[in-house]
Structure formats: structure tokens, C-alpha cells
Design a binder for this molecule. Structure first.
Ligand SMILES: [Zn+2]
Length: 154
């Protein structure tokens, strides 16, 4: 299942205490209580008190967006990069998704999903290694550029 991040359908303020609300189970017609994940920023007004399939319910925390100008078709455009959403789907047919997990949006609409804490840590370590390489590459760029400019001046 692909995670689609809608444009601000979520309330900006994360709730401190988890919200509790009810919905009607569309499979059985019974009223069920739903307790939000701590920190859930999702606006559940389209589900609260309504008839919904439990497996369609989830909570998440939206991150502060980071964008960078990325050129994908000749013109740089601002794309979201490296966002992490913490999500839980309490009635998911995939059992692992019934516990909070991380979804990382590497770049707009391209996700790494289903990361448990170990998986998320592995990703962070991989990116940290890449940042180290970028720091080394930065030093190399500074040196190459200085040498190049000296050559131009000579
Ligand atoms: Zn929620």
C-alpha cells in the first residue's frame, strides 16, 4: 500500500493526550471505540461517528516539511525530501503495521515504508555514512576549485 501525503488535511497541532472517539464498523454495524496514537496529527473528522472499514483507519504524525530545489524536467522545483511519518494502522491486515512504524519520504512521493525502530536506525546509519562521504567530497571540491582558480590566475 502506498502512503499518499495529502496537502494539509491534518491539524497542525499534535495532540498531547491521545484522542478517543468512535466509529461504526462497516463490516458489522457495531459502534467501536478508537484511541489515537500519541502525537497523532490526523484530523479524524471524516471517520468519527461514521461508518468506515476499520482497516482503513490509521494515525500518523506529520513532520516539518523540508524542501530542496530538485531538477526533474529541466526546471528546478521544490520537492519534499527526507520526511519521516510515524504511522499506525490498528486494524491492518499486515500485523506489523498494527504497531507504530516509520515511513520515510526520500523525495516527494517516493517512500521507504514499514520501518520498525531497527529498520529506521539502519536507514539513518546509511544516510549518516553518505553524509560523511559528502563532507569528504566537500573538502575535495574546495581543494579542486582553489587549484583550478590558481591555474586560471596564472
Ligand atoms: Zn489518530
Amino acid at each position: 500500500m502506498t502512503t499518499v501525503v495529502p496537502a494539509q488535511t491534518s491539524s497542525p497541532a499534535a495532540s498531547i493526550t491521545p484522542r478517543t472517539w468512535s466509529f461504526i464498523n462497516r463490516h458489522t454495524g457495531e459502534s467501536m471505540t478508537y484511541r489515537c496514537m500519541q502525537g497523532c496529527t490526523l484530523d479524524h473528522s471524516r471517520e468519527e461517528g461514521r461508518s468506515v472499514f476499520p482497516e482503513d483507519l490509521w494515525c500518523w504524525t506529520l513532520p516539518e516539511a523540508l524542501t530542496l530545489p530538485v531538477n526533474s524536467n529541466g526546471q528546478p522545483e521544490e520537492f519534499r525530501v527526507l520526511d519521516t511519518i510515524i504511522k499506525v494502522e490498528p486494524f491492518s491486515p499486515t500485523l506489523a503495521q498494527r504497531l507504530p512504524y516509520a515511513v520515510v519520504e526520500l523525495i516527494e512521493d517516493y517512500f521507504i515504508e514499514g520501518l520498525d525502530p531497527d529498520g529506521y536506525e539502519t536507514l539513518i546509519r546509511t544516510l549518516a555514512d553518505r553524509l560523511e562521504q559528502m563532507r569528504a567530497k566537500h573538502a575535495q571540491l574546495v581543494a579542486i576549485r582553489a587549484a583550478y582558480m590558481r591555474r586560471q590566475a596564472a
